[in-house]
Design a protein around this ligand. Sequence first.
Ligand code: THU
Length: 131
Amino acid sequence: MTKQELVSKAKAASQNAYAPYSHFRVGAALECGDGSVYTGCNVENAAYGLAICAERTAMVKAVSEGRRDFVRLGIYCADTEDFGMPCGQCRQFMAEFNLDMEVIIGRPDGETQTYLVRDLLPQAFTPADLP
Ligand code: THU
């Protein structure tokens, strides 16, 4: 699957975002080692602090289906012209599973930026730091 195809799945997922408070719709598409793809969107709540990001939705869906070998994660924000960078909580969640995962962020004009999780979260705290 090309980067554009993965971002396109993230874009489709952003249309399912439940974001009545922020009006900021985000989608994610997570590719696993076996080629399977899990999508996610952000899900907000009237108790604002309970909002769940698109990236974590996708990762939790994958883990709950038995996948942990995350290879690439596409992200798309429907309500900005810019690249939508993942929040700190999501970066930490990614670091739990694969510091070498590629994070591909798409912009509405079709441009993409690609990062490694280890560059998005330098000196990350990971399972390897636990005794
Ligand atoms: N959001 C994400 O889904 N992913 C991020 O990495 C950043 C923020 C969502 C959370 C909230 O629903 C909305 O965007 C505004 O912060």
